[in-house]
Design a protein. Structure first.
Length: 181
């Protein structure tokens, strides 16, 4: 079992999620631009205790079991402010997910965060394959997958907070990832 360590990038600190992050998540997460392309399992409208319930009942127990790794995303220039979340999951066809508060989108921050956790997935956890599902209309997420050498392997319909949409499955193998480094 590998407990999630704190990870650092050029501009970010990725700190393992903890229950104390609930208030900050509750402030940053429930925005349509954040949730609309997430899995329909995310409640919408987001309840007042949504972040606390998610951390207490889902994320932290999965981390304790060694099945998931969740990090808060923080700028090195403002380490006390949570601006998003990036996660790895030991699930079939769903190994990485993320969200970033709207005011920090479009600055390449999620590319940095994703690169750090992808390295953790392949190097520390020794996984042979990374698969990431996404809503096809989520252009930002699609571009991140393209920039990082992932390839589209499957398309179907999926249920998201914003409704039924085309769903894509992207992947990269450890060998492909190593070649691109």
């Amino acid at each position: 079992m590998h407990p999630a360590p704190t990870l650092y990038t050029e501009r970010l600190i990725l700190r393992p999620l903890e229950l104390a992050d609930a208030e900050a998540i509750q402030q940053q997460f429930p925005h349509w631009d954040v949730v609309r392309y997430l899995n329909v399992l995310v409640p919408w409208p987001y309840p007042a205790d949504g972040a606390m319930t998610y951390l207490r009942d889902i994320a932290l127990p999965a981390m304790a079991r060694g099945e998931e790794w969740h990090w808060s995303i923080r700028l090195k220039s403002a380490p006390d402010q949570l601006i998003g979340n990036v996660s790895l999951m030991n699930e079939q066809d769903n190994n990485r997910g993320f969200w970033l508060a709207p005011q920090w989108q479009g600055q390449g921050l999620m590319g940095e965060a994703s690169a750090a956790v992808t390295e953790y997935w392949f190097e520390t956890l020794g996984r042979p394959l990374l698969r990431v599902p996404k809503a096809a209309p989520n252009i930002g997420s699609r571009k991140l997958s393209e920039r990082t050498g992932m390839r589209l392997i499957h398309t179907e319909e999926g249920d998201f907070v914003s409704g039924r949409l085309p769903k894509e499955l992207w992947e990269i193998t450890r060998e492909e990832w190593l070649r691109l480094r």
